[in-house]
Design a protein around this ligand. Structure first.
Ligand code: AMP
Length: 427
């Protein structure tokens, strides 16, 4: 028997309410903050990610699902949204609109990663991007949106980690300071760190290998090496967050894995912090548009993992709105009852009045029909047997009660419709 591929999952109906809860909150908060939905393709030219996400990132080095299609195009299932959203911005000339252009996307992502709790090869993100403005107020706006969205989901005790990783003016000097710090310790470093010291020294700060920790912990902090403009930007951002009642902890080792970040980087954590625990993260990427061949366009964004959010909702025991079960079940027993059920069009009449209804199928006993109704969680069962056929009525059973009542068919429909309306008014 086939199984779902490693690192993918089937989300069955019982889990769907968690996903709907997250997706509805995402759309609601995006709209509240003035972000408009965009949908970009599931695959893109591989070059978009090699250039945009960056050749030295884990994603591009090890995790991309790339393939050559029948027309010889080199394509990649998107591992993240930001390069696609920026490509769309550039391709469609969105710089002509009032800036920043505020966009969000709910999307599937693909990374050939080692599957573990909270880490999948196919996963979903709520991605939010503000393109075309470098004011730190926009960084603060996005972080606030993310924070309030997590709070509204019911996730408690959030923490926000923040750092600044400078710009092309101050970064070379900081990287020099990093290299000077690390050079005497080459022997103790893991293989990746030794290699990255030449290709991408910032990444040494977020290495998780135990022997590298003491060296990373004593590395110089970027926040002590920022140029005046970056330093002012970072201070302004922190002040704006404070005004929102959000107090981040500055984590000097937070760099994020992607090449395009400049200045602001941040990650959001739930209370139980583990290696796979980030609810999401993001930052500013003022150089990405130029990397992709566009003109200079400052931008900032974040992405939050939907599966990660759901995992935390479950861990924290947050109750989410249940999905509505089918309201009515039309259950005939015997052939003449089936003929009546079909001829009287119960199901169609209920559907026409906006009530969900299903019809029994196959030949089963009354008991089996009721078991089915119970298991399906329907509110009402319309029972039609030989007795009802001869009396010209149906037996209407409110599944919360034991005894059915005999009523004329038309009345059964009116009763169900009225009860369903009352029920939805109560909610
Ligand atoms: P990143 O672009 O790697 O910073 O990812 C942003 C967010 O997406 C992370 O904080 C996670 O919440 C989520 N995420 C990233 N990779 C995975 C994955 N392999 N499986 C599930 N969620 C992921």
């Amino acid at each position: 028997m086939y199984q779902a591929p490693r690192g993918t999952q089937d989300i069955l109906p019982e889990d769907i309410p968690y996903y709907l809860h997250v997706e509805e909150a995402a759309r609601k908060f995006a709209a509240l903050y003035g972000y408009q939905e965009v949908r970009t393709p599931t695959f893109e030219d591989s070059g978009l990610f090699r250039k945009g996400t960056g050749e030295t990132t884990d994603i591009v080095e090890k995790e991309m699902y790339s393939f050559i299609d029948k027309g010889n195009s080199d394509l990649t299932l998107r591992p993240e949204a930001t390069p696609s959203v920026m490509r769309a911005y550039l391709q469609h000339g969105l710089h002509n609109q009032p800036q920043p252009v505020r966009l969000f996307e709910l999307l599937g992502c693909f990374r050939y990663d080692r599957p573990q709790a909270g880490r999948w090869r196919e996963f979903h993100q709520f991605d939010v991007e503000a393109i075309g403005e470098d004011d730190p107020l926009v960084d603060a706006e996005l972080i606030t949106l993310f924070w309030r969205f997590c709070e509204a989901l019911g996730l408690g005790e959030l923490s926000l980690e923040l750092n600044s990783i400078g710009d092309p003016l101050c970064r070379p000097l900081y990287l020099e300071a990093l290299r000077t710090h690390y050079s005497p310790h080459l022997e103790q470093l893991c293989r990746d760190c030794r290699r990255r010291l030449a290709t991408n020294p910032l990444r040494l700060l977020d290495c998780k290998i135990p022997t590298c920790q003491p060296i990373a912990d004593t590395a110089p902090a970027f926040t002590d090496h920022l140029c005046d403009a970056c330093s002012a930007h970072f201070a302004h951002l922190q002040a704006s967050l404070k005004a929102e009642g959000i107090v981040p902890s500055v984590n000097r080792r937070l760099v994020r894995g992607l090449d395009y970040y400049t200045r602001t980087v941040f990650e959001m954590y739930p209370p139980k912090v583990g290696q796979q625990a980030a609810l999401g993260g993001g930052g500013r990427y003022d150089g990405l548009a130029e990397l992709l061949g566009g003109r200079h366009t400052p931008a900032v964004g974040f992405a939050s993992g939907i599966e990660r959010l759901v995992l935390n909702l479950k861990e924290q025991g947050v109750e989410v709105p249940a999905s509505s079960p089918t309201v009515a079940y039309i259950a005939h027993v015997g052939e003449s009852a089936e003929a009546l059920a079909v001829a009287s069009n119960f199901v169609r009449q209920l559907h026409a009045r906006g009530i969900s209804a299903i019809r029994a199928v196959g030949q089963r006993s009354l008991r089996a029909r009721l078991r089915h109704a119970d298991a399906a969680g329907v509110h009402w069962t319309v029972l039609i047997g030989d007795q009802e056929v001869s009396a010209g009525t149906v037996s209407l059973r409110d599944m919360a009660q034991r005894e059915p009542v005999g009523v004329p068919a038309a009345q059964a429909i009116d009763l169900i419709v009225a009860a369903a309306r009352e029920h939805s008014d109560d909610r």
